[in-house]
Design a protein around this ligand. Structure first.
Ligand SMILES: C[S@@+](CC[C@H](N)C(=O)[O-])C[C@H]1O[C@@H](n2cnc3c(N)ncnc32)[C@H](O)[C@@H]1O
Length: 404
């Protein structure tokens, strides 16, 4: 049966009236195929969209790591802007949009691989979407080549440390000193394992190896550079997905807070924004993970030419900063997880902090929280959409809010 795709859903599937879902299709395309439970699993494209391109990666169909490689960069950028615009419109906020920053291919510096033992060796790759199939991705166009170069090490670690039926989860992060590998789901450490793993980390040139949360070897501190500071983050810690994405978000934040002398950086992570901001202002960084703050603090102490940075481990969902605490800041940066920061935003609105730089990875909670500020007398500046999750449906955004 033939249907016409009218829009894309949250996972990037095309949707025709019905609704009928079809993967790897685009709005305006006429497609053909058997509809099973509201889905055409292998659509034949009868009339292709002018936005259709040949997927650059040979693993695209099998892998499940990317959802939008069949669409041009322009189309994806426009679609991501529309997602943000629509979420804001649902809160009665009209948005001016700045050009989208799309990270280049082969720039993702953090990935989660899965490893499973096979009869003779091991399989290491990505899990296909909603499936337990592991796909090897030697020619992946998304990940930084350093991450792919670590796969032989991950394979050796799987052979060594996975149980017969279990899977290992590897969080692999590119650092300035090599690859940082954190393994979960592995056999417990016993006997000579620690020595062997330490030797394996060295042989494979890993910067650091962590096993079920325990550090095995730090051959070179896997540091990241945030402004003038070098930070050695805890294993598996949050890091913006690409350097280019981080630069785009940081530029938006720095522009918003320029001129501020006392800044609160809420949901600060390891200091991605706090440390560069400290070149011009005193910064108080607040975050729930104490070990991330320890890394931030150490990075600040080792750096020269930065103003004072203080840290506070605090659950900002349960204990948001209150107006009394907020009134000493002339700007707040807020970059919460996907759930957003409704209660914290209410306190900021009550405190009437003059400038708020909001960064988000979820258009819906971003819009909900933006509404709290606009209702309290703030004006939203133009929105920067940052696409650091290239070829996926994830969207990041940043905007400035100032009192009218
Ligand atoms: C999107 S990340 C942003 C980190 C940082 N701004 C950056 O750019 O690297 C969100 C951060 O919020 C922290 N977080 C999550 N839940 C939290 C909570 N309830 N209270 C405080 N921080 C939280 C996470 O540990 C994470 O570091």
């Amino acid at each position: 049966m033939s249907v016409t795709i009218t829009r894309l859903g949250h996972h990037g599937d095309g949707i025709a009236e019905g609704p009928v879902f079809a993967p790897r299709t685009l709005p305006g395309e006429e497609i053909d195929g058997e509809i099973v439970e509201g889905r055409i699993a292998t659509p034949k494209i009868v009339t292709p969209s002018p936005d259709r391109v040949a997927a650059p990666c040979r693993h695209y169909k099998a892998c499940g790591g990317c959802a939008l490689q069949h669409a041009s960069d322009n189309f994806v950028a426009g679609w991501k802007q529309d997602v943000v615009r629509t979420a804001l419109a649902a809160q009665d906020i009209a948005a001016e949009m700045l050009p989208v920053h799309t990270s280049p291919p082969r720039a993702r510096r953090r990935a989660v691989f899965t490893g499973r033992r096979t009869k003779k060796d091991a399989l290491v790759g990505l899990h296909a979407r909603a499936s337990d199939v592991i796909t090897e991705i030697p020619d992946c166009q998304l990940l930084y080549p350093d991450l792919l170069a670590a796969v032989p090490a991950l394979r050796a670690l799987t052979v060594f440390g996975a149980s017969r039926k279990g899977e290992l989860r590897f969080t692999v992060t590119r650092s300035n000193a090599g690859v940082d590998v954190s393994v979960e789901g592995a056999k417990p450490l016993e006997g000579q394992m620690l020595m062997t793993l330490g030797a394996m980390a060295g042989e494979h040139g890993l910067a650091r190896l962590t096993w079920n949360g325990e550090m095995i070897a730090e051959i070179r501190p896997p540091y990241q550079t945030f402004g003038k500071a070098r930070v050695n983050p805890p294993a598996g810690a949050f890091l913006q997905a690409t350097q280019e994405g981080e630069n785009a978000l940081l530029s938006a934040v720095l522009e918003t807070v320029s001129g501020a002398k006392h800044i609160a950086d809420l949901f600060s992570g390891c200091g991605t924004f706090a440390l560069p901001m400290a070149e011009n202002a005193e910064v108080h960084a607040v975050e729930s993970e104490a070990d991330m703050l320890r890394s931030l603090d150490q990075g600040w102490r080792m750096a020269t030419g930065l103003k004072r940075v203080t840290t506070e481990a605090r659950d900002l969902f349960r204990r948001p900063l209150l107006p009394d605490e907020l009134k000493r800041y002339d700007a707040v940066v807020i970059d919460p997880p996907r759930a957003g920061a409704e209660y914290q935003m209410m306190e900021i609105a009550t405190a009437q902090v003059p400038v708020v730089s909001a960064v988000s990875c979820n258009p819906v909670t971003f819009a909900r929280d933006a509404k709290i500020l606009t209702q309290a007398g703030y004006e939203m500046g133009p929105v920067t959409v940052v696409d650091q999750f290239r070829w996926s449906t994830h969207v990041e955004m940043a905007a400035a809010f100032t009192l009218k």
